[in-house]
Design a protein around this ligand. Structure first.
Ligand code: 13P
Ligand code: SF4
Length: 306
């Protein structure tokens, strides 16, 4: 069976749109209708007229699509594709923290890499692509709690000068990059520009020529006069860059143990699983309506402020 053409046939039959994150395997990126970062994917999910959204990413991304466009059927190739960052901030722990610090009256800005339960406790959501803009919109008289990524939060503080309380979560993939591993890459490729994701630790961000979301990496590399780039994020990004900018060289950012970094959750999606989820319209993302409606408010606010 030719999975590529079968997926395309089923997509038409089901009136489905395939949305894929930049970290998906090359085959999925090729068959998708849209490939992008969390911000672009949320906008696509909100605007689609298809009846079914087949979301090739991780669970919180499928959940976000359902929150923003509840009349659509949202299916995922693998319902177990989670996220270490989202897991680092369980909703009951955030709720407890907010109760214990009620005197601070926190304005909660949550990175989109979180559960529906955490979104429902938040005032506004952000992505790595709009975090600086979103935080700049928060009323100046409010104390901000930024959850769950402490590295992205610290980078936003550096960019905006706005103090924030940071939840101590991180992405297990991006914290694998170190000062030593990136210094090594710099020595091996002295002419290459180093482009890092803001989920990377401070020491790595300091070594980068540019720090930005995955989508902005495409724009930066297109516009830069440089011919080679070390890409310090999940290795799926390299396919997107090589496809769109074929005349330049893209090298994976190394970690201390590996030549590149892979997200085991993003890599749980396969062409076989995508085919089966379109065929069976399952597994599906289902959310209790009261929770969904509460999670929608901060997400809508993000789209308004973006
Ligand atoms: P962006 O693609 O929005 O930059 O997010 C990166 C990421 O880690 C998603 O899980
Ligand atoms: Fe989560 Fe990190 Fe994987 Fe993105 S790369 S899904 S933040 S674990």
């Amino acid at each position: 069976m030719n999975l590529f053409s079968e997926i395309q046939r089923l997509k038409k039959e089901r009136n489905a749109v395939i949305l894929a994150h930049n970290y998906q395997i090359p085959e999925i990126q090729e068959v998708a209708d849209y490939v992008g970062d969390s911000l672009g994917l949320s906008i696509q999910a909100a605007q689609t007229e298809a009846e079914v959204i087949a979301f090739c990413g991780v669970h919180f991304m499928g959940e976000t699509a359902k929150i923003i466009n509840p009349t659509k059927k949202v299916v995922l190739p693998d319902l177990n594709a989670g996220c270490s960052l989202s897991d680092s901030c369980p909703a009951p722990a955030l709720e407890k923290f907010l109760k214990e610090h009620a005197d601070k009256n926190y304005y909660v800005v949550s990175y989109i890499n979180c559960s529906a339960g955490v979104k429902a406790l938040s005032d506004v959501i952000c992505t790595s692509g709009n975090a600086v803009k979103i935080v700049s919109h928060v009323p100046k008289d409010r104390n901000i709690l930024f959850a769950p990524d402490q590295n992205l939060g610290a980078w936003v503080i550096e960019q905006t000068g706005r103090p924030m309380e940071l939840w101590k979560g991180n992405c297990y993939v991006h914290v694998e990059f170190t000062r030593d591993s990136i210094n090594r890459a710099r020595k091996e490729h002295p002419d290459a520009k180093v482009v890092a994701h803001p989920e990377c630790p401070h020491a790595v961000r300091l070594l980068a020529d540019e720090v930005c979301s995955t989508e902005k990496m495409v724009t930066y590399c297109k516009n830069s006069p440089a011919k080679a780039f070390v890409i310090v994020t999940e290795e799926g990004m390299l396919h997107r860059l090589r496809r769109e900018i074929p005349d330049k060289t893209f090298l994976p950012g190394p970690t201390d143990h590996c030549a590149c970094a892979e997200c085991r959750y993003m890599k749980m999606n396969t062409m076989e699983k995508l085919y089966r989820c379109l065929r069976d319209l399952s597994p599906e993302v289902v959310l209790e309506e009261e929770l969904r409606a509460r999670a929608e408010k901060p997400l809508r606010r993000m789209l308004e402020w973006s």
